[in-house]
Design a protein around this ligand. Sequence first.
Ligand code: ATR
Length: 466
Amino acid sequence: MNNDIGVIGMAVMGRNLALNIANHGYNVSIFNRTVKKTKDVVYNNPKKTIFPFFFIKDFLNSLKKPRCIFLMVQSGSSVDNVISSLIPYLNSGDIIIDGGNSFYKDTIRRYHELLKDNINFIGAGISGGEYGALTGPSIMPGGKKVVYNIIKPILKSISSKFDNEDCVSYIGPDGSGHYVKMVHNGIEYADMQLISETYSILKNILNLNNEEISNIFSFWNKGELKSYLIEITKNILLKKDGKHDLIDCILDSAVNKGTGKWTCKNALDLEESLTIITNSVFSRYLSSLKSQRTLASKILSGPKINSIIHNQEDFIEKLRQALYLGKIISYSQGFSQLGSASKKYFWNLKCGNIAKIFRSGCIIQAACLNKIVDIYKYDDIIINLLFSPYFQDISNKYHSSLREIVSYVIKQGISIPAFSSAITYYDGYRTKESSANLIQAQRDYFGAHTYKRYDKEGIYHTNWIE
Ligand code: ATR
């Protein structure tokens, strides 16, 4: 046999990716630790060019050289275990592509370990969920460019398309592809949190029902806010479960798989003010404390919601503007982090290309990414998207709505961490003279940490206690 590529891991993502590759005319060898899953894929897809294998050696012998093996297994030690099982049978020049949600530092380690044996490693972030994997995901491959070029035809053929452009682009060296996927997921956390806070405001302040809220999202999805997440939100709100709206039956306790946390931890390392994503992660943690929240709701006081909105249409438009500005501030933070990481890790990331491949296939696909693509076309080293004419224009037009919504909603006692961190960051970023002079004085007072001055050059220390 001389199959084009092998896929290991026949859970949802791996199975759908294998089918996607086969649908594009390639012969695909498949393998899964649990034999039944491999058999099921072949049984359920009898006409596809998919070939099952039950021993790693046979699986690898079925592939043409250099062998390309897509790993679609659970991230973490499973990836290392599977790589170890492959190594005895691999030859110099073979290519392993990790398409899972691996931590970028693990990818860097694996890349260098495998390089010692001349095995090529590509860490490819893949976004699009179950459906995207089958019909066209957004793909973020990192590793050696020459190796990417070997697998490029397959990746291009299976990727999503935006205006006939493939949503795959070489990202940069070693772990950069998985890094970009991690930040993508962080942005996804913030988008989801902003949308869920909007839902909370429409539900609790305006007392709208799910269908009415869905109609508002549906209307917004025709304009600036057009995105996959708004689209699915409007559908979610209409879903029935018997007589009930399904959304009202779902426990308000959000879980996570860690990519948001990794993004925030890295923001701390890079000293990036990634406030909206970080608050979104914290908000999930807080949501999971259901029993504590239930107890606290009985003993900790706050205002009773008592909203009198005289002009509902005007309020809803202000909320739309607040959501859009929150979203673009969050994208500014995310892309600023990509810029810092690029410098610190010498990755030479092309943020314009990254925005391009986010436009379709992935979870954060949104109309505003087109604007970001245009911004980077004009200025590919822009330090913060808020300096671009488009982001400036939106900020200047919408900041009063964001401010008004945040202050009104906080007065009503509703928690809106993403909205409030958006306006706080915005005001902090545009503050020429902040209160950090006092922090510097305090640091110098108790720890002799020194400070700089406006009026003269140099580093100073004061003996504060005469
Ligand atoms: P999903 O695509 O549903 O998100 P995942 O949890 O990321 O899936 O990965 C699950 C896949 O990793 C499965 O194919 C699993 O194999 P089994 O079906 O045998 O459980 C595979 N996997 C997990 N740990 C593994 C290991 N140590 N060795 C080999 N495969 C492993």
